[in-house]
Ligand binder design. Sequence first.
Ligand code: TYD
Length: 211
Amino acid sequence: MTSTRGRFITFEGIDGAGKSTHIAWVVDRIVAAGHRAVATREPGGTPLGEALRELLLHQPMSHDSEALLMFAARREHLAQVIRPALARGDWVVCDRFSDATFAYQGGGHGVPAARIRELEAWIHGDCQPDLTLLFDVPTEVSRSRLLRSQANGRTLDKFENEAEAFFARVRAAYLERAQGDPGRFRVVDSTRGLDEVRAALAAHLAALEAA
Ligand code: TYD
């Protein structure tokens, strides 16, 4: 029996960029197109990963530890969820992956990119996303979305509580990565209305299907 590897799609963007709104819709489209889809997230996706997520989002720690724990969670996630799903032919939709470590721990917190590249090569040098959807908004927009959700009673986590200058560095790091790998990244202007964003997403999915 031959089997075709599924497709690996990751969602990225600064907090408040609006990616969460679109994930369920993308998963539904993939299923409607006749594929099996696995929706998952980072940090998280496994019992250990979810426990690490709790620590990462709420405990103070050094920036190096943050990067290392992100990759520890990722190591389990790849072994238990992502690689088996792709091998079965499922499509994997992952809310954040290693680009987030380059953007947040690297761009935002100053961990050298070379260090993160070493971890990436070690943990998943052989397994990269086929498509990365980068939801992009100016930091003022993401900030006001976060403050609105806080006003509606949501408690912001450690990252969401960072200053706007932090998000400006994270955004710049994301955009730099997108520029460096235009074959994998699609930058989605997330200031546009829902219908326009969905039309763009549908086109990116169709291109991936045909690839
Ligand atoms: P997020 O996807 O924003 O979760 P939610 O939509 O539930 O708020 O994410 C978790 C946070 O973790 C986010 O602020 C970014 C951060 N993060 C990193 O700093 N590095 C990483 O490698 C990953 C995967 C996430």
